[in-house]
Design a binder for this molecule. Sequence first.
Ligand code: 13P
Length: 341
Amino acid sequence: MNINELTLTAQAMTTAGKGLLAMDESNPTCNKRFAAHGIAQTEAMRRAYRDLIVGAPGLNRSIAAAILSDETIRQQTLAGLPFAQALADEGIVAGIKVDAGAQDLAGHPGEKVTEGLDGLRQRLADYRQLGARFAKWRAVIAIGAGLPGVACIDANAHALARYAALCQEAGLVPIVEPEVLMDGDHTLGMCERVTEQVLHVVFGQLQAQGVLLEGMVLKPNMVLPGLAAAQQDGIDAIADATLRCLLRTVPAAVPAIAFLSGGQSPEMASARLNAMHAPRRLPLPWALTFSFARAIQEPALALWRGEAGNVAAAQRALVHRADCNGAARRGQYSAAMESGA
Ligand code: 13P
């Protein structure tokens, strides 16, 4: 394991004032989002869309790293440059989603386990050749009646830790993403208890597998009430619950925590990240930033609608959301930034 390289890469991915852009939707997920906006679900359109994103002027002002999918890292921009190279030319670190998706966990209805460890060592070596310097693996944990169970948490944490160890062996920084889902009517307190339990188990497994904490990035959910919960707590309650949970579970040796957006609106995701950087909540032991997909991309995708004439407007919307989150990461976001958009 090259400790120096891993540490430097993790720092570069989460450098001050910036965050990550997740643009690693699998083809089925990307197609689903395209379909919702009436965009043709073809390889050419997915390439054109990723070209729009990577070519957005000013993207590197607030984005330090971007997560690609297997299809995109093998594609070239419309100008003929490999996407990973185009990102690197802008000073953006390229990474790759390497999990094979969540499948039903045998014997545990309603629960999932993420697959993809078979053959992962070779795939990581190939992705490094293609320009990736970090990787991502997402586990999903549902809250429901009697859920999550211990078996689901243990199986997902074990897989995350084995993936992370393989990444570090290959010189790639692992993004460890255990996502407690927002679906359901559970309370903020329930999400906090489950997230705390999940992170405890995940860090136990990371320790057991010998993962270098300084050479990884944690990508958790914010602690939130369920989407259908009767009580939708305010920004301060959410910031307090999220930080209390992370301070209890994430060692200070981890350089950075980068939240997923998980289905929050773009504005809420920015406002909640911003609240966590309020002066009275500082200092924090780790950098606290974003690794959003939907909360950065959705407004741009809605504007683009697959039409070349809309590319410039969509790029402005994308960079606006990136800049809002860059400001939130510094505690400098305000609703006024939205009215200027
Ligand atoms: P969202 O921000 O849309 O939740 O996506 C983040 C991600 O990378 C999911 O794995």
